[in-house]
Design a protein around this ligand. Structure first.
Ligand code: KG4
Ligand code: ZN
Length: 339
């Protein structure tokens, strides 16, 4: 079966054709075209919603045409259309949802609306048929930091999350104040490899006690204060040290709550996804922890960690298989779905 996926929830316009065989155990990416708007938004230091919507409108037809051409398929070969319907920027989401709806109904193809967070996790299903629910999941992205129990491939129960800022958002903010262009997460990752992780003592984003929740506002404010204070008093800050301490403290918080959740749930598999799953320090820390605990760790290929439509197609396949489908009433929503 060929699934045509669409993603337009933030600053990436993407269309992909995913070939799915053997009941989902074989998933082959036939195409995954991504038109990034990062260059436009970096001029403003972050995503400008109105500009994002317009850029999606301009890109979506040609991105779709290329995805079909690269895959060597026609609309009549497609068995399912899957589109990110929530959460995200409402104007941006609407472009993908309306385009997918028109394409599906004009060609009489079944349609399904997909949860963007579940799609990030589904990126890990591509190439890893060993993943078998129930498992423990972790989403670390620009907008979310969530721990959950997956009852099935598309049915999740949240057990922990950030109470304020997301980890990626906090990385981007600190990187921006250090003068790095948006989004600075990947550059902060690189800088952190060259510094001393114990140079600065930052407050842990792992909330104390039994909870599996996080708070990233304290560490973010502490880092910004350290930078501002140094500037005002004319002291030099080694950016490598600040980056290393920041990333180390954030990663250690994620590791400790993930370990607690693994012990609480008794899960034998951990699936980690989202843009921040590309972080080299996080990947190293979680693989060390999983090895120690005898837990299998799955993370998408680096190329599938950021927003892309192949992950939406994979999630859509499982949503459809679980009985979900949408009609012309399908709408976009800025808010998180009900898990
Ligand atoms: O999942 P994603 O592409 O978009 C959302 O759905 O939010 O995540 C984007 C986030 C940004 O905050 C970006 O800075 C961060 O992922 N990111 C990283 C790395 N690569 C991307 N953060 C830390 N280390 C990285 N290597
Ligand atoms: Zn995302």
């Amino acid at each position: 079966m060929f699934v045509l996926g669409f993603e337009s929830s933030c600053d990436e316009t993407s269309a992909a054709v995913l070939e799915i065989n053997r009941d989902g155990r074989e998933q082959i990416i036939r195409s995954n075209v991504i038109a990034s708007q990062i260059d436009i938004h970096s001029l403003y230091g972050g995503v400008v919603p109105e500009i994002a919507s317009r850029a999606h409108v301009e890109a979506i037809s040609s991105v779709t045409r290329r995805a079909l051409e690269e895959a060597g398929v026609k609309p009549s070969d497609i068995g399912l259309v899957a589109v990110t319907a929530y959460p995200g920027l409402i104007g941006a989401l609407l472009v993908g949802v309306n385009f997918a709806k028109s394409l599906a109904f004009a060609n009489r193809i079944p349609l399904v609306g997909v949860d963007h967070l579940k799609a990030h996790i589904a990126a890990a299903y591509i190439g890893a048929p060993e993943i078998q629910p129930p498992f423990l999941g972790l989403i670390v992205s620009g907008g979310h930091t969530v721990l959950f129990r997956a009852e099935d491939y598309y049915s999740f129960e949240q057990i922990g999350s950030t109470r304020d800022d997301a980890i990626g958002e906090s990385f981007d903010k600190v990187a921006r104040v250090m003068g790095m262009p948006y989004p600075g997460g990947a550059k902060l990752d690189l800088l952190a490899t060259k510094g001393d992780p114990h140079a600065f003592a930052f407050p842990s984003p792992a909330l104390a006690g039994d909870t599996l929740d996080f708070s990233f506002s304290g560490i973010k404010t502490a880092a910004l204060n350290a930078l501002h204070h140094a500037r005002q008093t004319g002291q030099a800050v080694r950016y490598e040290d600040l980056a290393a301490s920041y990333v180390h403290t954030a990663v250690e918080a994620i590791r400790s709550k993930a370990e607690k959740a693994l012990k609480q749930t008794g899960a034998g598999q951990l699936v980690v996804a989202g843009g921040v799953a590309a972080n080299s320090h996080l990947r190293a820390s979680l693989s060390g922890m999983c090895k120690k605990l005898g837990v299998e760790l799955f993370m998408p290929a680096l190329s599938l960690c950021g927003d892309n439509a192949a992950m939406v197609a994979s999630a859509g396949y499982y949503a459809f298989r679980a009985g979900e489908s949408a009609g012309t009433e399908l709408n976009a929503s800025a808010s998180d779905g009900d898990w």
